[in-house]
Design a protein around this ligand. Structure first.
Ligand SMILES: Cc1cc2nc3c(=O)[nH]c(=O)nc-3n(C[C@H](O)[C@H](O)[C@H](O)COP(=O)(O)O)c2cc1C
Length: 202
């Protein structure tokens, strides 16, 4: 994983696009803030901003306040548009099929896409959380091609082995696993320690 220099802060980019799943993006920003240690750069698509009002009780400003630096999606000259601006990588949460398609095809028409393209070309870590259901073959091919390119494809698919009791539990389980991919201990994960049930039943 690429590391920022000693004199530079450790940086991570969060992209939020317009797929359903805004609470994942919000919880990710909250978890990064709580974990500390990273300068968090946020870029949201126009559709993501629309979804803030549709899927949460928050205002766009409330979401932006969770990041250290907020970039306009139109500012293609922002710091995160250049590989010389060192970051540890980027998480796109949630990732629409439109954004996934553009990433796979190196279409850098906005800052979120350019930042993702830079992360890929600099061989830094890119995690995307694509959400759509059901999936057609085109969606499946995009995820396959993204994976071939080194993107970590992490659909928001909650696990139930830790007995989640609330939506917050579901969000935390997924966000905790995503941050784990960057070596960030969010304190949200209860690691699986094995199942003794089968042995007890026998
Ligand atoms: C309420 C709402 C939910 C949506 N959910 C999804 C979704 O789950 N997956 C998806 O790929 N697109 C979804 N879309 C469509 C995208 O927002 C749309 O394709 C948009 O152009 C994506 O742009 P972006 O990738 O720049 O954010 C949704 C749109 C709305 C308004």
């Amino acid at each position: 994983m690429a590391r920022a220099g000693k004199s530079e802060p450790r940086r991570i980019i969060v992209g939020i696009s317009g797929a359903s799943g805004m609470p994942y993006g919000v919880r990710l920003l909250e978890a990064l803030r709580r974990a500390g240690g990273h300068e968090v750069h946020l870029v949201m698509s126009e559709a993501a901003k629309l979804n803030v009002g549709i899927e949460t009780d928050l205002k766009i400003k409330d979401v932006e306040k969770l990041a250290d630096v907020v970039h306009s999606i139109r500012n293609i000259s922002a710091s995160i548009a250049s590989g010389s601006f060192r970051t540890e990588g980027m998480i796109v949460a949630p990732c629409s099929m439109r954004t996934l398609s553009s990433i796979v095809h190196s279409n850098s028409e906005n800052l979120l896409l350019r930042a993702a393209d830079v992360v890929l070309k600099e061989r830094r870590r890119l995690v995307v959380m694509p959400r759509e259901a059901p999936l057609h073959t085109g969606h499946c091919k995009l995820m396959y091609e993204a994976s071939l390119m080194g993107v970590i494809v992490f659909p928001p698919l909650p696990a139930f082995y830790n007995r989640p009791r609330s939506i917050d539990d579901l969000l935390d389980g997924t966000v905790g696993r995503v941050l784990d991919l960057f070596g960030i201990d969010s304190g949200l994960l209860r690691p699986w320690t094995g199942n003794t049930q089968l042995a007890e039943d026998e």
